[in-house]
Design a binder for this molecule. Structure first.
Ligand SMILES: Nc1ncnc2c1ncn2[C@@H]1O[C@H](COP(=O)(O)OP(=O)(O)OP(=O)(O)O)[C@@H](O)[C@H]1O
Length: 231
């Protein structure tokens, strides 16, 4: 279990969070959501219901327009973009559909990239090797450029990168969309067991209802609007 939080402080808390695209009605209005350290939440909803927009807000990529998002007690409402970037580097792991690996850097360099921005990660290289091994990525690939890997292999690199700093929160947006069922299931098990070991809270969005079974809680976008809490 990592040192990141006082267990009484939620790893993630949303307060009256409203978000709209310019000249459009609010896409969502979430009165409240609290997730404790180590809880894993699955969010689903139809295409266009705002899942990706919500995750971009949680990751601090978009600024809060109205309401607040607290990550391990730190409020993002009034943070500058630079402060949100710092918070993301130290406390939030992100795996999006576009995996955002740097194609010409090696696998190991991609995983370690975050340590250049985050608070000092103790024994970062040792941890990177441990994660790559646990995620089943053969050692002979660690020095290969990321663009030589299959999509499934790249997804595992992206998870290793996201978990390197033992973040308070892991945010994942359809990271298994390119995998067949067998690889999808092993990917989910590896990702969530590593998150569990780190005490990391997980928010995962997908259309794929078959993935619900891996999570402690599930909520659809409609329930989020109604303020239903994970329980
Ligand atoms: N950059 C943008 N500018 C304006 N509107 C946008 C932008 N990005 C998304 N939207 C709109 O916001 C709504 C929600 O999009 P979002 O991608 O968050 O939904 P989603 O639930 O993740 O969809 P999907 O499951 O298809 O990925 C859509 O109506 C979309 O057109």
């Amino acid at each position: 279990m990592s040192e990141h939080t006082d267990l009484k402080i939620p790893a993630l808390e949303l307060k009256s969070l409203v978000f709209s695209w310019p000249d459009q009605a609010p896409l969502f209005n979430i009165p409240q959501l609290k997730l404790a350290q180590g809880q894993h939440l699955f969010i689903y909803g139809p295409s266009g219901s705002g899942k990706t927009s919500l995750l971009n807000l949680l990751a601090g990529i978009y600024p809060c327009q109205q309401g607040d998002i607290l990550i391990a007690g730190q409020s993002m409402a009034d943070m500058s973009a630079a402060k949100r970037d710092q918070l993301r580097a130290s406390s939030i792991g992100v795996v999006f559909q576009q995996l955002n690996l740097i194609p010409y850097l090696t696998v190991l360099q991609n995983v370690l990239l975050v340590s250049a921005f985050a608070k000092k990660i103790p024994q970062a290289e040792q941890r990177a090797r441990y994660l790559l091994q646990k995620l089943g990525l053969e050692q002979q690939l660690w020095q290969a450029p990321a663009n030589r890997l299959s999509v499934g292999q790249q997804q595992r690199v992206a998870i290793a990168r996201a978990l390197l700093s033992q973040p308070a929160l892991l945010i994942a947006d359809e990271p298994t969309s390119a995998l067949d069922h067998k690889h999808r299931d092993s990917f989910m098990q590896l990702m969530l067991s590593e998150a569990q070991l780190c005490g990391t809270t997980v928010v995962f969005v997908s259309h794929d209802p078959a993935l619900r079974r891996y999570f402690h809680f599930e909520l659809d976008m409609e329930q989020l609007h109604q303020g239903v809490q994970p329980c």
